[in-house]
Each structure stands twice: as C-alpha cells, then as structure tokens.
Design a protein around this ligand. Structure first.
Ligand code: HAM
Length: 418
C-alpha cells in the first residue's frame, strides 16, 4: 500500500541543491565583514523561556502578541521558538557574565527564526537571519561601524538596488517628551479597541500601522525627531557625520519605528527596490535599556539582523548570483568489490589534501558510470579495475579534452595539480 506524502509545514523557507549553494553564498557574504571586524560567533538555542520575548521584544508588538510559536513543554514550562535574536543574545551575555569582561561584547549569529506571519513571497514562518550585537558602548562611532558592516555584506553580495533608511528614536528623555504630545494627538483619533490597547502600551506602534486609514490618521502626528534631547541629537548627528565620511548614503525616515519595542537612538533599515511588499532586507539599531530590562546591568547595545532569504531573492532579482552544482576534481569509477575499497581509500587521502573527489557507487556497468562522471562535471576521471590495481597505474582522463595520461596511483595528487 502506498503511503501519502508529507509536505513541509506552510510558509517555511527551505533550500535544496543547487539553489542551496546560492543560499550558502549569501549567508557567507553577509557574515564575512563582521568576523573581519572582530565579532565572534555566539550559538544560541532556537527556543527560550516565553517571558524573555514578552519582556525583551515587547507585548505591544505584532511579533509578541500575534506571531510567536509558543507551547508548553513536557515540564509545563512556557517555551517560545525565537522570533528574533537580540533578546536571546542579551539573556546569554548576562547569564555567562560576558558583560563583566572586556567591553564591548561583540558577537555574531546566524540561524532560523520563527514568526507565525501570513506567508507570502519573501515572508516566511521560518526564516534565516545573520546578525551582530555590540554591547557595552554608546559611542556613535560604533553605530556607524555596525551600519557599515551590514552595508559591506550587501555590497560583497553584489547588491546595488537597495537603500538605507535611518532615524533616531532618541533617549528616554526624548521619548517621554514626545509621548506627551503623541498621546494628546492620539486622543483625537477614533481607534478600534485593539489599536487603542496597542497605543496604550506603546503609542509609537501606530506609526507602524500598515492600514491606509491609519497612515492617513497619523500623517500629522508629532514626530519623535523633533523632540530629541540635546544629547540624542548630538549623538545622531555624529553617527550621520561618520556615515557621510564613510561614503555610506542614507535617507532619513522620521516615521520609522521598527517592529520591536526595544529600540532607542540610532535605528535603521535596509530596503531593496525589487522585492515588492517584503522589501526589508535587514534592520537594526540601538537598544539602550534592554539589558537592564532583562535583569542585567545598565549597558547600551546596538546590532542588526539581515534577512538571508530576502537577500537571496534580491540577489536573484538583480541577477548577481548563480547556482553552483558540486563539481569534483576527480571522479573514481571502481570495477568490482576490491576496487571499491581502494577507491574509498584513494578518495579519502585526496580529500585530506584538499581535493574534491566523488566515487561512483552501485554496480553500474562502465558505460553508465562514465555517463555519471560526465554529468557530474568532474574535471578528471579514473577507472579502477583489476589490472589498474595490480599495476598501481591508472589512466587519468581529462573530461573536457578526452586526453588521458598514465599516472601512478601514488602520484595522483601531483597529477591533479598539474
Ligand atoms: P527585524 O527587522 O525584525 O529585526 O528582522 C531583521 C530582518 O529579518 C528583516 O529585515 C527581514 O529581512 C528578515 N525577516 C524578518 N521577518 C521575516 C519573515 N517573516 N520572513 C523572511 N524574512 C524576515 C530583528 O529581528 C532584530 N533582532 C534585529 C536587530 C539586531 N536589532 C538589533 N540587533
């Protein structure tokens, strides 16, 4: 009886060969500039105590109020699949006392994140991010460096048609001053219950409302940038001065609030022009109160998360990425069981020396195996039968030209290097 097939859960992104090679390339490009700048890997669990995200990301956000994958584990604890990376990094830095050592703490991460959003092109329920966090300094130069690192990743990938949007969400003093006027303004609006509840937790959220009528209603709302304290204004001016000097262009967007509640000060988003509705390929900013909110000391921090899935879509849309099938240097065709064992030995020795080697398995006839070698795109092929094994010599055939040379098995490595 044939069994029914099982499909992947709705809305997850997954990458199979050959496209997975393009995915891998994107991820590597996006993370390389961070490791060159002294950021070190932090590898974290994909599930955490639910409380971490409620407190860290904020209950007024869609991410926490609507999109978390939350479940009870077998011990009755409330667990959530991580919807983002920053809260987990903070939890880990506090737990392991990294904040008591050399500052700033500079870490990078990459992996899967989970949000129960409505799936569409570029928006998935499981998606990939690479990110960095720099914790413990509020020097504006670090803001500029963090932004420059994200920008360098996109550039390394070859992307051109993207822009950087930038604003400052100010310090606590700036936000308190703005909040007074914003709440007065919001009181004049007719809000449905859910929106009013969201505004009560964080009135800035209304700037992020995608509904046309809300965008219209918020058109004349007071903007936070006009309420920046002297310290915040000066900090932000220095960040933009550094970005100018680094030749990184940006557009100021005073309506940007981002989807997570922890942001303060410098806040940014990278937007790609060819991606339609899901155009955000990365974003980040400062989160100066987050560590304290999570029970740690009062340290500032800044970081970003870049969407690997969307960066891949962007690279494909710009035509700057291809798909690479695995191509081996040598394809070995063993004839018979004794030859198989020797083929495996030769292959492992050459792989240790850095060669890419494939062995034809199964007991296909020589003709079929040769076809397989041809299809694999391998540079060279050898056939290993009784006579080759007893003489210790093989015919090394170059697939492209068809030319072959006799080579001692012991000197295959040297021959491949010629
Ligand atoms: P975020 O803006 O929520 O920030 O996510 C960062 C990036 O992840 C987005 O720009 C987007 O490219 C990608 N992304 C988010 N949701 C999805 C989805 N459903 N499907 C596909 N891609 C998605 C954060 O997560 C912050 N933790 C970034 C950060 C680090 N801020 C400070 N440090």
């Amino acid at each position: 009886m044939s069994q029914q097939k099982i499909a992947a859960p709705k809305g997850v992104s997954e990458y199979t060969p050959p496209r997975s090679s393009a995915f891998e390339h994107v991820r590597n490009c996006l993370i390389a500039p961070a490791s060159k700048a002294g950021y070190q890997l932090i590898e974290l669990p994909v599930f955490e105590d639910t409380e971490l995200f409620k407190r860290g990301v904020g209950e007024s956000t869609d991410v926490v109020s609507k999109e978390m994958y939350t479940f009870e584990d077998r011990g009755g604890r409330s667990i959530t699949l991580r919807p983002e990376g920053t809260a987990g990094v903070m939890r880990s830095v506090i737990e392991h006392g990294l904040d008591r050592g050399q500052l700033p703490v500079k870490v990078w991460y990459s992996g899967q994140f989970f949000r129960a959003e409505r799936p569409q092109a570029g928006r998935y329920r499981q998606f990939y991010q690479v990110g960095i966090e720099a914790i413990g300094l509020d020097d504006p130069a670090i803001d500029a460096e963090v932004i420059a690192i994200a920008d360098a990743g996109f550039k390394a990938l070859g992307l051109k048609q993207y822009r950087l949007e930038l604003t400052s969400l100010g310090d606590a003093q700036s936000r308190a001053a703005h909040k007074v006027d914003l709440l007065k303004f919001i009181a004049t609006l007719q809000l449905d219950e859910a929106t009013a509840a969201r505004a009560a937790i964080n009135p800035l959220r209304l700037f992020d409302d995608k509904r046309e009528e809300m965008k219209k209603a918020m058109a004349d709302a007071p903007l936070l940038v006009n309420y920046l304290s002297d310290a915040s204004r000066e900090h932000f001016a220095t960040v933009t001065k550094y970005l100018d000097a680094l030749g990184i262009s940006y557009q100021l967007n005073p309506r940007m609030v981002r989807g997570l509640d922890y942001y303060t000060g410098t806040t940014f988003e990278f937007v790609h022009d060819l991606l339609g509705a899901q155009s955000g390929i990365g974003g980040g900013g400062r989160y100066d109160g987050l560590m304290e909110q999570l029970g740690g000391q009062s340290l500032s921090g800044i970081g970003f998360g870049l969407g690997v899935d969307r960066a891949l879509l962007a690279a494909e849309a710009e035509g700057v990425i291809g798909q690479e099938a695995f191509v081996s240097d040598l394809f070995i065709i063993p004839l018979g069981d004794g030859a198989k064992l020797q083929a495996l030995t030769i292959a492992s020795e050459l792989r240790v020396k850095g060669k890419r080697v494939e062995v034809a398995f199964g007991d296909r006839a020589l003709k079929g195996a040769m076809k397989g070698a041809d299809k694999s795109g391998a540079t060279y092929v050898i056939v290993l039968g009784e006579s080759e094994m007893s003489s210790g010599t093989v015919e090394l055939k170059e697939m492209k030209s068809g030319a072959s040379t006799s080579v001692k098995i012991d000197s295959l490595f040297e021959a491949l290097n010629k």
